[in-house]
Design a binder for this molecule. Structure first.
Ligand code: NAP
Length: 251
């Protein structure tokens, strides 16, 4: 294909304010960079202030430092971030424990960050979108763990299955307001989180052998799928969980 056929996406999200949670590292950071490169005004929400400062220097984004496990602080930060047209609920944690040793504190924290915060931030953004009559798009960053039982990942898998379910209900209820809600479900993606869960070469090789494309995902590849679900080209796609997994789930 000649370069003259390439789509120029620099203004794809011009005039839109895009809130990305967990924008400090990994997939969230890659998504913030991509949306900014495509013209969005990025509003970055994350925990570590240093990460946010570095991102702000790079793309000139608005930043909010908050612990998404804190309900009141999360709601306040989401309100302060308005108005928002595009939301990426990306922040997530994985605390690895065998099921028999899984403690309630780890389970509750995982559900709070991976599911409850997406609900709270989603509510605040959707209410504002409805008030403004502007419509919008929301992408929840889930995982293939929503459908697969990975050892040591009980709380994480439960949280991602819940996030997929939340996504479907949000899509059903918010569709009439012109707000689309989808999830993106990557396999192992090369970020600090993946290093923690899959850094052991033996474990990584076992996982790779289950991926038909025989490699892990790059953060930028997840960001591109997120941008697709946020953008106009996916305007009739609502309520889906889109695997970015090199064919893992097809086996
Ligand atoms: P990551 O490298 O660990 O980055 C996560 C980001 O979220 C960090 O900036 C982190 O900030 C922030 N965050 C975590 N807990 C937070 C909290 N309580 N409050 C505010 N911010 C918080 O993770 P990632 O691999 O990019 O994962 C991003 C999303 O993709 C997650 O939802 C994850 O479940 C999902 N996912 C990842 C993979 C993978 O293999 N990497 C695969 C499938 C799905 P701090 O560092 O400051 O805490």
């Amino acid at each position: 294909m000649s370069s003259t056929n390439a789509v120029d996406r620099r203004d794809e999200f011009f005039g839109k304010r895009a809130l990305v949670t967990g924008a400090g590292k990994g997939i969230g950071r890659a998504t913030a960079l991509l949306l900014a490169a495509r013209g969005a005004r990025v509003v970055a929400l994350s925990r570590s202030a240093d990460d946010l400062r570095a991102l702000e220097l790079e793309i000139g984004c608005e930043t909010h430092a908050v612990d998404l496990a804190d309900t009141a602080a999360t709601r306040a930060a989401a309100l302060a971030a308005q108005p928002i047209d595009l939301l990426v609920n990306n922040a997530g944690i994985a605390r690895l424990q065998p099921f028999l040793d899984l403690d309630v504190e780890a389970f509750d924290e995982t559900m709070a960050v991976n599911v409850r915060a997406a609900m709270i931030v989603g509510q605040v953004c959707a209410r504002s979108m409805i008030e403004r009559g502007a419509g919008g798009a929301i992408v929840n960053v889930s995982s293939i763990s929503a459908q697969i039982g990975f050892a040591l990942h009980a709380a994480y898998c439960a949280s991602k299955a819940a996030l997929d379910a939340l996504t479907r209900v949000m899509a059903v209820e918010l569709g009439e307001h012109g707000i689309r809600v989808n999830s993106i479900n990557p396999t192992v993606t090369l970020t600090p989180m993946a290093e923690k869960a899959w850094g052991d070469p033996g474990k990584a090789a076992q996982m790779l052998s289950r991926i038909p494309l025989n490699r892990f995902v790059k953060p930028d590849e997840v960001a591109q799928a997120i941008a697709y679900l946020l953008g106009d080209e996916s305007r009739m796609i609502n309520g889906v969980s889109l695997a970015v997994d090199g064919g893992f789930l097809a086996r």
